[in-house]
Design a protein around this ligand. Structure first.
Ligand code: HEM
Length: 404
């Protein structure tokens, strides 16, 4: 019973962390939050400081699963590949080595080259339900488009993309014990699939991200060692999750806020030149990655609080983006807000998101498409108000029923 009460309290906090953030920003120094097992870094200025002091605040434990894995699920995972440090969980020279192929593979010209494909996919997804008059947009659109796009970027087929979705479920969603084992088996299958891609691209490189990563992380043309295969599979799996589910989540949340306040949707419909500003405001106001962790490498003082070495801080991008010292009416969603591009939704400093341009473009083309094809879009009034998923990673509505 006590466990269920704890779980329910935790879920409530994860569904709506904003009141806690407000309190933390008003608290002198840092607030220790037992539910996060971490010191919460909540103010814009303090978040920037942590992200810039990468030597004092290590990324080694940046991303912890939301849910503990059962013994049975842990027993399945050694049949796969990894875990190894990836770009997101490495520091210094190791981080730069992982980061270089991402900067190349996600350059402005590579993103621009992907956009015609992304637009075609988006049109086809909308074609599939446009005549119905109603739809559930998370499943029918938001979960699909970014998977197709990132799959194309990396050079994967749809089966591998689905595996990325299962990996997210395993790490970030409460599943039954059997559900965890089934998800772990799918993750192992994904890893073997990715290993096949890695070895194939070693033999026959193509113009895709998978080949770019193989060439950068395992230079030369000798047969890949087992260790190199582990590293490459872990890195590809990480990129798949980072590039796919973040954007899916934000498409859902952006539409929820735009449709939840009809004035905003009407303003956008009357002036579609506001689309880029609407995207930026959606990203600022309620971002998909609410927070990542850092671990102190030595005793440090932050915001006046003394932290020992090996202390965990939770760096809350989602809280910094509502800091009243930086934004007027910070809690309001307002697509006409000036100067909202300084937000921290894509991080800052060495680990800042290399995929932000690709994410922004998909959000933009989604709004342009829906404004054109379904200008009368609205939340389905016969359904209860959408509920957020209980997670700080990939924050999104559970479902989004709409009519037009
Ligand atoms: C709306 C969508 C997205 C959001 C909100 C988002 C957010 C973030 C944030 C906050 C970080 C910094 C993590 C940290 O400081 O530890 C990050 C890093 C990263 N993002 Fe994104 N991201 C999005 C989309 C994408 C896309 C589309 C890709 C790739 C296709 C991508 C790939 C990555 C990678 C590889 C990192 C790790 C970078 C590093 O550690 O150096 N992200 N993202």
């Amino acid at each position: 019973m006590a466990w269920h009460d704890d779980q329910a309290r935790r879920d409530e906090l994860y569904r709506d962390p904003y009141p806690l953030y407000d309190r933390a920003r008003r608290t002198e120094g840092l607030l220790y939050v037992p539910e996060f097992d971490a010191w919460l870094v909540a103010r814009d200025q303090d978040v920037r400081e942590v992200l810039l002091r990468a030597e004092d605040f290590s990324s080694a434990q940046a991303l912890l699963p939301d849910v503990p894995l059962s013994e049975a699920a842990l027993g399945v995972l050694p049949r796969g590949f990894g875990p190894r440090p990836t770009v997101v969980s490495s520091d210094g020279a190791a981080h730069r080595r992982h980061r270089a192929p991402l900067n190349r593979g996600l350059s402005a010209s590579r993103v621009a080259a992907l956009l015609p494909y992304a637009r075609t996919c988006a049109e086809e997804l909308v074609d599939a339900f446009a005549a119905d008059g109603s739809a559930e947009l998370v499943e029918a659109y938001a979960r699909r488009l970014p998977g197709m796009v990132v799959g194309r970027l990396i050079g994967l087929d749809p089966a591998a993309v689905h595996g990325g979705y299962r990996a997210e479920e395993l790490l970030f969603r409460p599943l039954s014990p059997q559900g965890q084992v089934a998800a772990a088996e799918d993750v192992v299958a994904l890893q073997h699939l990715l290993d096949g891609y890695v070895r194939e691209r070693r033999e026959r490189p193509r113009a895709d991200m998978c080949s770019t990563m193989v060439a950068a992380l395992a230079p030369g043309d000798a047969e890949l060692t087992l260790e190199q295969r582990h590293e490459l599979v872990t890195s590809l799996q990480n990129l798949l999750i980072a590039g796919f589910l973040t954007t899916s989540a934000l498409i859902g949340t952006m539409l929820l806020h735009l449709l939840g306040d009809r004035r905003q949707w009407r303003t956008l419909r009357a002036d579609p030149s506001l689309v880029p500003a609407a995207v930026e405001e959606a990203v600022r106001h309620d971002t998909a990655i609410q927070a990542f962790r850092r671990t102190t490498t030595l005793p440090v003082t932050l915001a006046g609080t003394k932290l020992p070495a090996a202390a965990t801080v939770l760096v809350a991008f989602g809280s910094a983006n509502r800091d009243e010292r930086r934004y007027e009416r910070a809690g309001e969603f307002d697509i006409t807000r000036p100067g909202n591009r300084q937000h921290l939704a894509f991080g800052y400093g060495a680990h800042g998101c290399p995929g932000s341009q690709l994410a922004r473009e998909q959000l933009r083309l989604t709004l342009e498409l829906l404004l054109r094809r379904m200008p009368g879009l609205r939340l389905d009034q016969d359904r209860p108000r959408p509920q957020m998923r209980p997670t700080l990673i990939h924050r999104s509505p559970q479902a989004l029923y709409v009519t037009w």
